[in-house]
Design a protein around this ligand. Structure first.
Ligand SMILES: Cc1cc2nc3c(=O)[nH]c(=O)nc-3n(C[C@H](O)[C@H](O)[C@H](O)COP(=O)(O)O)c2cc1C
Length: 149
């Protein structure tokens, strides 16, 4: 089993966060991709998927996640058996649309048969917590619970 980490970003924070998730999972066979460069047909149900995604506009996906999301909608791959965990980035200043981006992707993956596991991470840019620190803690917990420590 490999761990595939995908990030969808607007201004690069998710890439930094995804790098830190990979660091936290250094004892696993991990690979890291920008969603812009990843075809959903390459998702393998034997892998464990980690999604790192921010939110833009009015509760929308960041530009970097749009092609992946569109491809999921168009290709409708059967994702039965695939497990995934999501770490979203957002800002609570946006209240009702707080962290919608990560939720949009997660809902689509679930609709296609994948199973979300673990806590849905939600970073708040208005907090004093650094996203990479929160993401590393989150990733370690996911590893303990779902990747056999
Ligand atoms: C123009 C703009 C719109 C945003 N809209 C939302 C939003 O609707 N909901 C939310 O939770 N965060 C929103 N954010 C906050 C970003 O998701 C947050 O700053 C995130 O850390 C950015 O990550 P990125 O650099 O990887 O894209 C917005 C930020 C900007 C600049």
């Amino acid at each position: 089993m490999g761990v595939v980490v995908l990030y969808g970003s607007e201004t690069g924070t998710c890439e930094l966060v995804a790098d830190n998730v990979v660091d936290a999972l250094s004892s696993y066979d991990t690979s890291l991709y920008d969603m812009m460069e990843f075809d959903p047909e390459d998702l393998d149900s034997d892998d464990f998927l980690i999604v790192v995604c921010s939110t833009y506009g009015d509760g929308e996906l960041p530009t970097g996640a749009e092609p992946f999301y569109e491809a999921l909608c168009d290709e409708e791959p059967d994702l039965a058996g695939l497990r995934f965990a999501t770490f979203g980035l957002g800002d609570s200043i946006y209240e009702e649309t707080f962290n919608r981006g990560g939720e949009i992707i997660s809902e689509k993956l679930t609709e296609l048969g994948a199973k979300q596991v673990g806590e849905h991470g939600r970073h708040d840019a208005s907090s004093s917590v650094r996203p990479k620190d929160q993401a590393q803690e989150w990733a370690k917990k996911i590893a303990d619970e779902f990747l056999g420590g």
